[in-house]
Design a protein around this ligand. Structure first.
Ligand code: WTA
Length: 666
């Protein structure tokens, strides 16, 4: 195992003392959408199982083959099938007589609200599809979406899908630099943005970052048009050659639009995610398999019923927003809450107030949020009526048993099952999770692979470990919503995920997830965090290398090493060690200002989420004799532990210098 996984050994022993169990509530179990026999059916014939799940969708042309895995790891699902994702998410519900059902209860941060029915959503998506077509967008074109959490974000995504354009949503918290690199990498022809959005009671701007990104790309900019939603009303610079107001282009467009069906493997979207190297990876998802995978898992794990009100608090800029706000729930015809803002604005009970107001029954959030609420204290949620809740979901990072139990008891009134769902941008759909009507949940465990999914924990040689042991999490079977490749980089796709455990007797390669995991005595799975140089800060994936490159791009920095140190609220926090260029003042007088400047520099290069919590200016970095930075030792310092074994260091005095510097800075 790598050094990262070694660090998890203390966590392993903590987890093994956890032996509470929560049985599914009897009534929920009796009426559950998915029962234990689903595992049996899927085990008996996995492809027949997924073919049956594909029946949840409307296909214009039926598929002729469930899976083509003749050229692994390049999978084709539902071969020959044709369908339109937007039709499946919107039109068919209207045609089935559910046009008046609310698709979204939108809650803006300033308190504005809008209910949007499926019929209204269909009209709006159709208008936007017509508007994009009028701007020259055709099948296969890339459209970047850089918006706050407003309904137009969903509408823009579905409008792209409707005309076969491929969207790439860039999280609104990312900087102009990050936006520019994504626009360039995927050659986006149109950018959909807004003047700004609201956060913590104040408007923030988005359009200037788009202008800056395009200016930065200069003659390399592929962008022909920028479509601008007016959200805040703040003044924006307008370039008449490229910029169009959404309300001019979309509101005047026709609300009728005939969707065309596309091949099941037609690209649906590219989502950039941090990898172990500096350059973000463009993860490609296609249409048929992705919709089947997200629709089925949403139906199964949230036990979605027609009367449910579902709320996923993720941002549309992340995969959770794509799979479990847009595609899965809308394919299932769900009624959802869509909330623009933060949990503490204007008060720390905002989320609970929303649950009470809309009678939310299914709630999906991240452990980092739960730990924040724990810190604020139970008296806040206790002030609201949360009795409508039925099922509580968690995603993004391991949920520690304390947070799980608090969530279940304080938010869920000890009656709601907690479903801890493990998956990734790459997997597209939930992979490992309890089923709320079947599983006796263990706090802190994602339990086992969902029906139709193959997961295991293996050692360095790729051999499954026995119960009670830890290793690398692998996925042993292709699955419908799996990524198909990395945009424009098949080679990196193969080497990142499929080469570590290439083959075994009579099977294809296993997918290497990059996570450590443990099987407990019953064979249930406990996720232990990343085994590579990817950090998880508040459920957001950040690459150590990407932040190091950002730091080194500052003129005063010679070298940088970044580690993720454990943090009570955010899971991990970014800690950076920086060596200044010769001639730069490394004395403590310049220290504080420079540290602030470097933090802001990282925010500018990547986005505020990547800002290091801590930057230490050091004279040297601990390196092995072969020149590899020993991040393990830097994590020891960042986590205020005694520094571990330094015998492989080229200069054993270095750690003394670094630790004394760290002691001074705190
Ligand atoms: C981590 C988010 C433990 C994991 C959907 C994974 C989790 C990475 C869980 C993917 C969970 C996500 N338990 N760890 N329930 N869910 N992770 O691509 O390290 O943003 O590899 O997808 O988050 O993050 P991503």
């Amino acid at each position: 195992m790598s050094t990262r996984a070694d660090d998890s050994s203390s966590m392993l022993s903590n987890l093994s003392t956890e032996n509470r169990r929560f049985e599914p509530p009897a009534a929920l179990a009796a009426a559950a959408n998915v029962k234990a026999d689903a595992y049996v059916a899927a085990d008996a014939d996995r492809l027949a199982f997924w073919a049956e799940q594909a029946g949840r969708l409307d296909w214009e042309t039926p598929f002729t083959e469930v899976l083509d895995w003749s050229n692994p790891p390049f999978a084709k699902w539902f071969v020959g099938g044709r369908l339109n994702a937007s039709y499946n998410c919107v039109d068919r519900h209207v045609l089935a007589g559910n046009g008046d059902k609310v698709a979204f209860h939108f809650v803006g941060e300033p308190g504005d609200t809008r209910d949007i029915t499926y019929a209204q959503l269909k009209d709006e998506v159709s208008r936007a599809a017509n508007a994009l077509t009028a701007l020259g967008v055709v099948e296969g074109d890339l459209v970047a979406i850089y918006l706050p959490m407003i309904p137009e974000a969903v509408v823009a995504m579905l409008a792209c899908a409707r005309i076969g354009a491929v969207h790439t949503v860039v999280f609104g918290g990312f900087s102009a630099e990050a936006l520019a690199s994504r626009i360039e990498d995927c050659n986006a022809k149109v950018v959909v943005t807004s003047d700004g959005g609201y956060r913590r009671g104040a408007p923030f701007a988005l359009k200037p970052a788009v202008d800056e990104a395009i200016a930065k790309l200069g003659s390399r900019s592929p962008v022909d048009h920028v479509l601008v939603v007016r959200r805040t009303g703040q003044a924006v610079a307008f370039n008449d050659a490229t910029d169009t107001w959404w309300h001019d282009a979309v509101d005047s467009a026709s609300p009728s639009h005939e969707p065309t069906a596309f091949d099941a493997e037609h690209p649906l979207y590219v989502m950039y995610s941090s990898g172990t190297t500096g350059k973000p990876k463009g993860i490609l998802h296609t249409t048929g398999g992705y919709l089947v995978g997200t629709a089925y898992t949403h139906h199964a794990v949230f036990d979605l019923k027609p009367t449910d009100v579902y709320w996923c608090t993720a941002d549309i800029g992340w995969v959770t927003g794509h799979s479990y706000i847009v595609y899965g729930p809308l394919a299932n015809g769900a009624t959802q809450v869509l909330y623009e803002g933060t949990p503490d604005s204007p008060h720390q009970g905002r989320w609970w107030e929303i649950i009470q107001r809309y009678g939310v029954t299914l709630f999906y959030t991240a452990p980092t949020a739960i730990r924040t609420f724990m810190k604020w204290g139970r008296s806040i949620p206790d002030g609201f009526d949360l009795s409508s809740l039925r099922i509580l979901g968690s995603v993004g990072e391991p949920i520690n048993p304390e947070a799980y139990v608090w969530y279940r008891s304080v938010i869920g009134g000890d009656r709601c099952p907690v479903v801890d769902t493990w998956w990734q941008t790459e997997t597209g759909q939930m992979m490992i999770s309890p089923l709320p009507g079947v599983t006796a949940g263990k706090p802190g465990s994602a339990m086992k692979a969902l029906p139709g999914i193959g997961a295991d924990v293996v050692d360095d040689a790729g051999v499954p470990v026995p119960n009670g042991s830890g290793g690398y999490l692998v996925l042993t079977q292709p699955w419908p919503a799996m990524l198909r490749t990395l945009w424009g980089d098949d080679e990196r796709f193969v080497s990142t995920y499929w080469e570590k455990f290439p083959h075994g007797a009579g099977r294809g390669p296993w997918y290497f997830a990059g996570d450590g995991a443990k099987k407990d005595a019953d064979g249930d799975l406990w996720l232990l965090g990343r085994v590579d140089d990817v950090m998880n800060v508040s459920g957001h994936r950040l690459s150590t290398t990407e932040i190091e490159s950002a730091l080194v791009s500052h003129p005063r920095v010679a070298e940088a090493a970044v580690v993720g140190a454990s943090d009570e609220t955010t899971g991990q926090a970014v800690c950076a060690y920086v060596i200044l260029r010769q001639g730069s003042d490394s004395g403590s007088s310049a220290g504080e200002d420079l540290v602030q400047e470097l933090r802001n520099h990282v925010a500018k290069e990547i986005g505020a989420i990547a800002k290091p919590r801590q930057i230490l200016i050091v004279p040297e970095l601990p390196k092995t004799r072969s020149g590899k930075i020993m991040r393990r030792l830097l994590r020891d310092v960042a986590e205020n532990r005694a520094v571990g074994d330094t015998t492989t260091l080229s200069d054993s005095g270095i750690m003394d210098l670094i630790t004394s510097g760290a002691a001074k800075s705190t």
